[in-house]
Write a new protein. Structure first.
Length: 282
């Protein structure tokens, strides 16, 4: 699998990452097999969070004896210094590691999120302290708001951003391009989520318990979608947490070729008929 440089960190990551939610609620032996297979096929970027049920424990157990072969990212929903410090220590224990390669503010969405995390005694203070203590190597954030993402990049010299990079969002809602351009101007590592998100999820959808949106399951459209995201100036993409879709995403990434102008035209036409999961607030 191809690898790309993660912005100014210099780290080389596989273009496809594995979200820990894939192994959430999975029998440990199967989780071990899924993780081992991912590493064998070239994936070295793994991401997890305490909000993903028992994923930290399952992923941590699966990475025993393999920790030095992977770039391991984690997140916190904590917005205050105290909350973030507590979640970091608990996550390290659950995963069974002495450090995370990347630690991120998780799902930054509102002005309240920003004010709390960046302000006095905010979570960012805990990150800087943890970095000095060797508990984390790099500092990043994930965001579901383009406005908040840009505010964060203006407020602090983050190493990475984890952000939705998706053709429906780009072509229908103009959501994302300005954020990517801002991150590029700061030489940040750009990590993508929601590459295989299609549209909003109906209330009676029981088929995708690990996803709050409707993921793309059709192999041809999934290939176009992931290839679109991987053709943007990003380092890597994390597919949905559905274990049924993860093998398909690996296959697509292993055979990645840049998307063509004709294929982009097809996606633009499809996007106009879909509801978006986010909208631009810029």
């Amino acid at each position: 699998m191809q690898k790309r440089i993660l912005g100014k960190t210099g780290e080389k990551l596989s273009i496809l990452g594995m979200g820990g939610i894939v192994v959430m609620n999975m029998e440990q032996r199967k989780a071990n097999s899924v993780v081992a297979d991912a590493i064998e096929r070239g994936i070295n970027y793994f991401d997890v969070a305490p909000s993903y049920g028992d994923a930290e424990i399952k992923l941590g157990n699966a990475l025993k004896e393999k920790r030095d072969r992977v770039f391991l990212a984690c997140k916190t929903d904590g917005r205050t210094k105290r909350e973030a410090e507590k979640e970091l220590i608990e996550s390290l224990k659950r995963v069974g590691t002495d450090h995370f390669d990347l630690y991120q503010l998780h799902a930054m969405t509102t002005q309240e999120d920003f004010d709390a995390a960046i302000g006095p005694n905010g979570a960012l203070e805990a990150f800087v302290k943890a970095q000095k203590e060797g508990l984390i190597r790099y500092i990043g954030f994930s965001a579901h708001s383009d406005k908040i993402a840009i505010q964060l990049m203006d407020a602090f010299d983050f190493d990475t951003i984890l952000f939705p990079v998706n053709w429906v969002l780009a072509f229908k809602a103009h959501f994302g391009p300005a954020v990517i351009e801002k991150a590029r101007s700061k030489s940040m590592g750009i990590l993508a989520i929601k590459a295989l998100a299609l549209t909003t999820k109906s209330e009676d959808d029981k088929d995708h318990p690990k996803s709050w949106y409707t993921p793309i399951e059709d192999p041809k459209l999934a290939a176009l979608s992931l290839r679109y995201t991987l053709s943007q100036p990003i380092t890597a993409a994390i597919p949905p947490g559905d274990e049924r879709l993860f093998p398909m995403a690996i296959d697509i990434a292993e055979h990645f070729t840049p998307i063509t102008e004709e294929e982009i035209k097809i996606l633009k036409e499809k996007a106009l008929r879909l509801d978006t999961i986010f909208n631009s607030t810029l």
